[in-house]
Write a protein that binds this ligand. Structure first.
Ligand code: SF4
Length: 197
């Protein structure tokens, strides 16, 4: 999700026995965030802040596989041509077949389809394992938007913004308590700067 790390640095599979509850409020997740609609975050109207002071010492984060970042209000998972090719190949489809089956266009850009389940809009590739943990059926080739969570420029723009996003992401919330994998600022920068705009 968008943002999930199924395997930690030491190769251990991280999976909590049950997912955390999905909050009822809206927050920017990799799945639902629409850069085009959030003018405050759009690079043409507001360049990404580079005030790194508040996270200069690094941040902790480990995905808990809540699946929250792949569901919620209707959202968008953008992908580029390279990612399309990789996803189609992974599913043994042509790119045209992939687009017909799994994607739709919004304002001239392609986004992954979503499926309404229990009143929420799941990414078409979100699943649940026997323990209730969120899984991504195209995990090895998921789009960059999914990989860079939670270190998006908009989340990092201030500690307040990061804490707000953490209300919907238990991995972020635990990280703020010092739990989970440690990311030094150099690694945060790599993810932040790789986030598609
Ligand atoms: S592609 Fe995978 S990681 Fe990205 S939103 Fe869909 S289920 Fe989540």
């Amino acid at each position: 999700m968008k943002g999930r790390e199924l395997v930690t640095g030491n190769g251990e599979l991280k999976c909590f026995p049950r997912p955390f509850p999905v909050p009822s409020y809206q927050f920017p997740t990799p799945f639902m965030f629409d850069h085009a609609q959030h003018a405050n975050y759009h690079p043409t109207t507001m360049p990404h802040t580079r005030d790194e002071d508040w996270y200069a010492a690094g941040l902790h984060f480990s995905c808990t596989q809540s699946g929250n970042c792949c569901t919620g209000p209707t959202g968008f998972v953008w992908f580029n041509d390279e990612e399309l090719t990789a996803m189609a190949k992974f599913l043994d489809l042509t790119t045209d077949e992939f687009l017909i089956k799994h994607a739709h266009q919004i304002r001239g850009h392609w986004s992954l389809n979503e499926i309404k389940r229990n009143g929420k809009y799941d990414c078409v590739f979100l699943g649940r394992d026997d323990a209730g943990c969120g899984t991504c059926s195209i995990y090895p080739v998921r789009p960059m938007q999914c990989r860079t969570w939670p270190f998006w420029p908009e989340n990092l723009s201030s500690e307040k913004a990061y804490r707000y996003a953490a209300k919907g992401c238990p991995g972020m919330a635990k990280g703020l308590e010092g739990e989970g994998e440690f990311f030094p600022i150099e690694q945060i920068r790599i993810r932040r700067d790789a986030t598609p705009e």
